[in-house]
Design a binder for this molecule. Structure first.
Ligand SMILES: [Zn+2]
Length: 174
């Protein structure tokens, strides 16, 4: 059964007790979190955050480069002044290399017409995936990217963290 078929019913229950309809748009803690899309991570609960307190940008790996567009909007238009980058143990981003993933995409496209196949190959060859093998190194690398990025506000406080999916604990790396 498709997951979306349960949305209406589950949401009706959620909305019954929903009382946060008057929160302001800017996050109360002026905080932006970058973290992985991994389904095992509950960013709000694990850090004791409430609705309306932080921006959370999620993508594969919790890549700051991938999140950069949202970070810029968050800082310049919605007032966030702190960035916390979270990567995590047992991340899918440690399990492949970009060339392997490009090959999968190209192989999936084999049955397509030639013009579409060419477009798919050119597009995927031009894509970065920001995969990594060294977990802590990848956090340091992302924090460095943000600190050196001229479009990130100088006054922004930037920290880097590892979340352990085995025990729910976080550890500061930078
Ligand atoms: Zn992950």
């Amino acid at each position: 059964m498709s997951a979306h078929l349960e949305f209406a019913e589950k949401n009706a229950k959620y909305a019954e007790t929903f009382d946060k309809g008057d929160l302001p748009v800017p996050p109360a803690k002026k905080l932006l979190i970058v973290t992985c899309m991994d389904a095992r991570i509950d960013c709000y609960k694990s850090l004791g955050l409430e609705l309306g307190e932080a921006h959370v940008v999620r993508n594969a790996g919790g890549s700051a480069r991938d999140a950069f567009r949202s970070i810029l909007i968050s800082q310049r238009l919605l007032g966030t002044r702190e960035i916390a980058v979270f990567h995590h143990t047992n991340c899918g981003m440690q399990s492949f290399t970009a060339p392997q993933l490009r090959d999968i995409v190209k192989s999936d496209a084999q049955s397509k017409p030639d013009n579409e196949k060419d477009k798919i190959e050119t597009t995927v060859d031009g894509m970065e995936f920001y995969e990594f093998s060294d977990l802590e190194g990848s956090v340091r690398n992302d924090v460095k990217f943000l600190k050196e990025n001229l479009l990130v506000l100088d006054e922004a406080e930037i920290t880097g963290w590892v979340y352990d999916t085995a025990n729910g604990k976080v550890r500061q790396v930078v």
